[in-house]
Design a protein around this ligand. Structure first.
Ligand SMILES: O=c1ccn([C@@H]2O[C@H](COP(=O)(O)O)[C@@H](O)[C@H]2O)c(=O)[nH]1
Length: 229
């Protein structure tokens, strides 16, 4: 999944054209969606891409239900909510999906819970945020909660994939940002692995942004990543 973290449709469109023909999903996050909105999502769909709409909803259940209903109407293939919003909130997201589908033929999007952001280190989680225990324990707890609410999987770092699969089973999806090819700048990420290491852990999807978008030649960067796995 290529993270299209750009301020406007023009820049995102340039990258999408540069990557044309390479099989991948496109991930639309807050920055791009807040500026380019549903129209850009529709354009990506028209070009045949699968889309992960990464808006990480975290609000009261009624609001998340409404958000999920609207997102489902966009026809995206995957979207996410924060597991920290609780079981009731995640169930409300699924109710929103059902309301939008309303027995129709539209395909059901995968709904994914965000565990601990991959930018969060052990020290920050324990100190600043005030969650005790290890990151792995917290991620497992969020993953179990997400599964109990009926969602399809979680966002986590590749470092936690084995533990999630052990706790929730292989079919429970893992979507893993925090991906850095060997030697790439880590930036604001904390819990990282290379693409090959992440797939060796058994992850289902890797999310990669800057190692592609900030490369001099994004197409060559993605091709090198694909060759590495
Ligand atoms: O825990 C999370 C959840 C989402 N993300 C998103 O993934 C990409 C990663 O981009 P890079 O440039 O490869 O770091 C970005 O869109 C994040 O919003 C995440 O990194 N961690």
């Amino acid at each position: 999944m290529v993270a299209l973290d750009y301020p406007a449709a023009e820049q995102a469109d340039k990258l999408v054209r540069a990557l044309e023909g390479i099989p991948c999903w496109m991930k639309v996050g807050m920055q791009l969606f807040y500026s380019a909105g549903p129209a850009f999502v529709a354009e990506l769909k028209a070009r045949g891409y699968k889309i992960f709409l990464d808006l990480k909803m975290h609000d009261i259940p009624n609001t998340v239900k409404g958000g999920a209903e609207s997102i489902t109407r966009l026809g995206v293939d995957m979207f996410n909510v924060h597991a920290a919003g609780g079981k009731h909130m995640m169930e409300a997201a699924l109710e929103g999906v059902d309301k939008a589908l309303n027995g129709g033929s539209r395909q059901r999007p995968l709904v994914i819970g965000v565990t601990q952001l991959t930018s969060t280190s052990q020290a920050v989680m324990n100190g600043e945020i005030g969650i005790g225990g290890s990151v792995e324990q917290a991620v497992e707890r969020y993953a179990r909660l997400t599964q109990s609410a009926g969602l399809d999987g979680v966002v986590a770092s590749p470092l936690e994939v084995l533990r999630i699969k052990e706790a929730c089973g292989k079919a429970f999806l893992t979507v893993t940002p925090g991906i850095r090819p060997a030697g790439a700048e880590i930036g604001d990420q904390s819990r990282v692995m290379t693409p090959a290491e992440a797939f060796a852990q058994g992850t289902d999807y890797v999310v990669i942004g800057r190692p592609i978008t900030a490369a001099d030649n994004p197409r060559a960067a993605l091709e090198a990543i694909l060759a590495s796995i």
